[in-house]
Design a protein around this ligand. Structure first.
Ligand code: FPP
Length: 232
């Protein structure tokens, strides 16, 4: 959800106003996902590196997160949205951690759609944690070294049980992944949208989906192999 700050600066507004407008965008995009038959959306709300920002902005983001969650709980529940968090929630202040944990608990049985919020999340940190867990299990003799395969690693990532992303959208024209779902994105299509996140409307989202629909996903195969009909 990149470009909140630049969107605000271009209008002479404080950065937090850009974040506020950006936070409001999330729920229209969730609606559009559900209406388009998409099952899961992960939003990068706060990276493990975002702690480097000025304290005022960090606190403002957390207050905004708590407010926007509270203001949209009924809407999420009406649409049967299940909420999940990836990242280290334990470092979050109680006023944002507790309502989030409650929303995760109370939405656990919702089936229509999963909204994953990446909060204090970093892909490298996630991989380190999973590898440490594997090392401990190998040392304890509960996991054989040659049983460490992709399935073993994947099941110890914070995204275990959530499908890999098919499409990653980064707004504001920045063309990098910035420590987001680095392993899970191995075969993801990436769309770099030229607008700042507060301007990312349903129409903009549909443009990204249209772009995705044009991509040919080959997973290492040749176009001819992909076109060959499976033999009966
Ligand atoms: C990137 O814009 C956006 C963010 C770092 C935060 C976005 C998060 C929300 C809108 C929701 C907050 C919710 C919680 C729970 C924390 P930027 O500031 O990097 O924009 P810029 O690149 O234009 O400066």
């Amino acid at each position: 959800m990149d470009g909140n700050g630049r969107w605000a600066a271009a209008r002479g507004l404080p950065r937090l106003e850009g974040h506020r407008r950006g936070a409001e965008r999330i729920f229209d995009i969730v609606d559009h996902c559900i209406d388009s038959g998409i099952g899961t959306l992960t939003i990068f709300a706060f990276s493990a590196e975002n702690w480097k920002r000025p304290l005022d902005e960090v606190n403002g983001l957390f207050k905004l997160g708590e407010w926007i969650l509270r203001a949209n709980l009924t809407r999420l529940s009406r649409r049967q949205v299940r909420l999940k968090v990836i990242g280290d929630l334990s470092a979050m202040p109680d006023f944002v951690r507790l309502p989030l944990e409650e929303a995760i608990r109370s939405s656990a049985s919702h089936q229509a759609f999963t909204l994953v919020v990446a909060l204090n999340y970093g892909a490298r940190q996630e991989v380190i944690q999973a590898v440490q867990q594997i090392a401990q299990e190998v040392a304890a003799g509960t996991l054989a070294p040659n049983a460490v395969d992709w399935a073993a690693l994947e099941s110890r990532l914070q995204t275990a049980g959530t499908p890999d992303p098919d499409l990653i959208i980064r707004t504001s024209g920045e063309c990098r992944l910035s420590n987001f779902l680095l392993l899970q994105s191995a075969y993801a299509e990436i769309v770099f949208a030229p607008v700042h996140w507060p301007e990312f409307t349903k129409e903009q989202f549909q443009l990204a989906l249209d772009e995705f629909a044009k991509r040919e996903r080959r997973y290492g195969q040749t176009p001819e192999q992909l076109q060959a009909k499976p033999t009966a």
